[in-house]
Design a protein around this ligand. Sequence first.
Ligand SMILES: NC(=O)c1ccc[n+]([C@@H]2O[C@H](COP(=O)([O-])OP(=O)(O)OC[C@H]3O[C@@H](n4cnc5c(N)ncnc54)[C@H](OP(=O)(O)O)[C@@H]3O)[C@@H](O)[C@H]2O)c1
Length: 336
Amino acid sequence: MRLAIIGASGLVGGEYLRIIAAQRSGVTEVIPVASSRSAGSSLDLGGMELTVRDLAQFDFADCDYALFCVGDELSREYVPQALAAGCHVVDKSNAYRMDPQVPLVVGGANDGVVTPQTRLVANPNCSTIILVHGIKSLVQFGIRRIWVATYQSMSGAGRAGIDKLTNEIDEYGLDPQSGRADCPEDAIAYNVVPGIGGMDSELRCSEERKLLQETRKILSMPDLAVVPHAVRVPVSVGHSMAVSLEFETVVSAEAIAEAWNRDSDVLYRSDALPNPVAASRHEMVEAGRLRAEDGIGNGWSFFLSGDNINLGAALNGWRLLSLMRAHHQNLEAKAG
Ligand SMILES: NC(=O)c1ccc[n+]([C@@H]2O[C@H](COP(=O)([O-])OP(=O)(O)OC[C@H]3O[C@@H](n4cnc5c(N)ncnc54)[C@H](OP(=O)(O)O)[C@@H]3O)[C@@H](O)[C@H]2O)c1
C-alpha cells in the first residue's frame, strides 16, 4: 500500500505518522504532502526521514490511499483529483461529511456503511467522534434526547491554536492584587470562548451544527434531539464534554456501567474523574461522574474526555482506511 498523507506537517498529519510508524501493517511507502512552505523539509516516520512534497505538484497516481487532513477548501479541490487518479480517500475536513453519498464513520459505531465499493470515507468532527464513542453502547437503551456542552482544547484549531495558547500564556499574566487576568477579552489564556466557528443569525455556531447533524447521521437517528453548546477552553490537547441523556425507558447505573465496560473504546472511570490530560495519554474515551438526573425523566448525566488529535482524528482515520483496505483485500482474494 502506497499511502499519501495530505497535511502531513500538521497536528493530525503528525499523529498519522506516529500511528503508522507503530503499526506499519502492509504500508510499503508513506508520502508526506503539505504546502509549498513545507515542501522539501523532512518528517520523521519511526526513525526514517521522509521528504515532504508540495500538494500543488503532487500526482495522486503515485499512491493507492490518501489520508487528507487539510482544510475544507483544499479537500474540495484535491479529493476529486485523488479519486479520479484511482486513489481511496479518508477525508478529515468538513467538506463531504453531510454528503448523502459519502459514508461518515466512527470506527466501531457504524463500520457497516463502508462497503467494497466505497472510495471516499468522511472522518467526523473530533467532538462528534468522542460523543459517539461515549454513547454508542447506550443506544440499545433508547436515547430520546442529548444535551451536550463541550470543553474543547486549542489543538482543535491546529498548530495555530496551540501557538495562540502558548503565546498568550507567555505574554499575559494575573494582577497580583486582584488575581484578575491582564489580557484582552478575546484571549483564550485565562478565559473561555463560548462558541467555535462561524455563528448563524440565531447565534448557533458551526461546531454545534456539526455535532447535531453528524451524530444523527452516524447513529442513523435523523430525528434525534441533540442540544449542543460548544466552548473553547485553554487546554492544549483533549476535548471534554458534559452530557445528559434522556432515555426512553428506566435504565440503571449498573446497566450503563456494564455497557461502557464492554466497549473497548471507552474507559469507564468509576473511581476517578475523566479529564483531558489523562485521556490524551491513551486511545479511549474516558467516561465518568455518572449520576441520575432528577430533573429529566429517565435521565443520566456524565462527563467524557478524549484525545481530539488521536482518537478524535488520526486514529479514527486510520481505522476507516483499514476498513476500506480489508474490503479490497477480500475482493483481491476472491479474484485471485
Ligand atoms: N486538530 C484537531 O483536533 C482536528 C480535529 C478534527 C478535525 N481537524 C481537521 O483536520 C484538518 C487538519 O487539522 P490540523 O489540526 O492537523 O491542522 P494544522 O495543524 O493547522 O495543519 C494543517 C495542514 O494543512 C497543510 N496546508 C495548509 N495550507 C496548505 C496548502 N495550501 N497546500 C497544502 N497543504 C496545506 C499544512 O501544511 P504546511 O505546514 O505546509 O502549512 C499542514 O500540514 C482540518 O480540516 C481540521 O479542521 C482537526
